[in-house]
Design a protein around this ligand. Structure first.
Ligand code: ADP
Length: 191
């Protein structure tokens, strides 16, 4: 099963991707996590990406498309995958279409998690509080100022993808404001 999770930062894509990964035994491909790994290991890509990420901006399509193409070609992706945070731009969506076509395959569903912007900011604040209380390290882009910029990027560049997938009759809209297990159940009705 090949699946995209769409939605703004904080919508719960990562949470749902992890649950679905367990249930369907297919990997979660989070471009955010892959980029943070590159940052942590100080690769050339990581060094370039960190600057952009800390500004709340998107990393270049070229870099992200390459990361995803490399990852999807690995053996554990042959039965399916959950894309979490990719595609985020029209150019990425087109690159993904090409990649899937080349591999003679297609998406099974594009799930959009719908969440009010006010709730997103509350979730961010809770995530920061919980991380700090647990003695963890807050992501360098998880603060109110950078988060606001991530939302702007989302609205300008990612939101239009919903129309693209709606026109392709692949889009399924799910209420991301519900409890985690209720969201999972609603997603599963489309799988
Ligand atoms: P969130 O969905 O909460 O914004 P992510 O971990 O998915 O968090 O992404 C963190 C950052 O990584 C983004 O703000 C962006 O800079 C970069 N990033 C992740 N995925 C992409 C992508 N597909 N295209 C461009 N940049 C990306």
């Amino acid at each position: 099963m090949k699946l995209i999770l769409l939605g703004p930062p904080g919508a719960g894509k990562g949470t749902q991707a992890k649950i679905l990964m367990e249930k369907y035994n297919i990997p979660q491909l989070s471009t955010g996590d892959m980029l943070r790994d590159a940052v942590a290991s100080k690769t050339e890509v990581g060094i370039r990406a960190k600057e952009v990420m800390d500004l709340g901006k998107f990393v270049s399509d070229e870099i992200v498309n390459q990361i995803v193409a490399d990852r999807i070609s690995q053996d554990d992706c042959k039965d399916g995958f959950i894309l979490d945070g990719y595609p985020r731009t029209a150019a990425q969506a087109l690159a993904l279409e090409e990649l899937l076509k080349k591999n003679n395959t297609h998406l099974d569903a594009v799930i959009e998690l719908k969440v009010d912007e006010k709730a997103l900011i509350e979730r961010l604040e809770n995530r920061i509080k919980e991380t700090l209380a647990a003695g963890g390290a807050v992501r360098s882009d998880d603060n109110a100022e950078v988060f606001a910029k991530r939302l702007v990027e989302y609205r300008e560049k990612t939101l239009p993808l919903s129309d693209f997938y709606r026109q392709n009759k692949q889009l399924k809209e799910v209420n991301g404001m519900a409890q985690v297990d209720v969201v999972t159940k609603e997603i599963q009705t489309y799988l």
